[in-house]
Design a protein around this ligand. Structure first.
Ligand SMILES: Cc1cc2nc3c(=O)[nH]c(=O)nc-3n(C[C@H](O)[C@H](O)[C@H](O)COP(=O)(O)O)c2cc1C
Length: 202
C-alpha cells in the first residue's frame, strides 16, 4: 500500500497523452500495491500563483516573525510541500511546451523548492530533504527528442531531473510518448509507449 501523488500539467484535459501515460503508470502501480491512495493535483485546472515578492519574502522569514499576510502567502506552498512530503510515489504528467515544462509546473516547482523544508545547505553543499520517494515522469511531446536531430532541444527531462534531484527526489523513472504531432509516426506512438510501460518491472 503506497501513498501516491499524481501531478497533471497538460491543458488538454482528457485528450492529454501525458495524462493517459500517467494513468497507465498509475494502473500498474495500483495493481502492484493494492489499496494505495492517489492524491491528485491538476495544475492546469488549479494553477499555483506565480511567485511574487509576498511569497518570496515569507519563504525566508523566521516563523516567529511571520505576519497573517505572510502566512496566507505561504499557504499554497505549504499545501503543495505537504503533499510531496506525504507521498511515497509521485507520478508527474508533463507535456513538452516550447522545449520546456508548462509554466504551471514551473510554478509548482517554485513553491515546493524551499530552503529548510525541501533542501538545505550543509558543510558539503546542497542537501535534498525529500528522501526515499520514487518519481515517474510521463513526458509527451509533439516531436521526437529521445534520439535524432531534436535530442538536444529537450529541456524537460534534464531540468526536472536536476531540480527534483536538488530537493532529494533522485529516484526518477522516465516514460515518454513522442511524435504525437508527427504524421508518419503518431499512430504508432501510443502502442510503443504502452509497450514500454508493460515491459517495465515496477
Ligand atoms: C503551448 C504548446 C507548445 C508546444 N511546444 C512544443 C515543442 O516545442 N515541441 C514539440 O515537439 N511539441 C510541442 N507541443 C506539442 C505537445 O508537446 C504535444 O501535443 C504533446 O503531445 C502534448 O501533451 P498532452 O497531450 O499531454 O497535452 C506544444 C504544444 C503546446 C500546446
Amino acid at each position: 500500500m503506497k501513498k501516491i501523488l499524481q501531478i497533471i500539467s497538460s491543458v488538454n484535459g482528457n485528450q492529454s497523452f501525458s495524462l493517459k501515460l500517467s494513468n497507465t503508470i498509475l494502473e500498474r502501480l495500483l495493481s502492484i500495491y493494492p489499496g494505495s491512495t492517489v492524491q491528485m493535483r491538476d495544475l492546469a485546472k488549479n494553477p499555483l500563483p506565480h511567485l511574487e515578492d509576498t511569497h518570496f519574502t515569507a519563504f525566508y522569514k523566521p516563523s516567529e516573525s511571520l505576519t497573517e499576510d505572510d502566512r496566507s502567502a505561504l499557504l499554497p506552498s505549504d499545501e503543495a510541500i505537504k503533499e510531496v512530503q506525504e507521498a511515497e510515489i509521485i507520478v508527474i504528467g508533463v507535456p513538452l511546451y516550447n522545449f520546456g515544462i508548462p509554466s504551471t509546473l514551473k510554478a509548482w516547482v517554485d513553491h515546493i523548492t524551499r530552503a529548510g523544508l525541501t533542501f538545505r545547505y550543509n558543510e558539503n553543499g546542497p542537501e535534498g530533504l525529500l528522501i526515499n520517494k520514487k518519481v515517474y515522469l510521463a513526458i509527451s511531446s509533439g516531436g521526437v527528442y529521445s534520439e535524432g536531430p531534436l535530442k538536444g532541444y529537450d529541456f524537460v527531462e534534464p531540468y526536472l531531473k536536476t531540480i527534483l534531484g536538488f530537493i532529494g527526489l533522485t529516484d526518477i523513472i522516465v516514460f515518454r510518448i513522442e511524435g504525437t504531432l508527427v504524421a508518419e509516426i503518431k499512430d504508432a506512438a501510443w502502442p510503443k509507449t504502452a509497450e514500454s510501460v508493460e515491459a517495465y518491472a515496477f
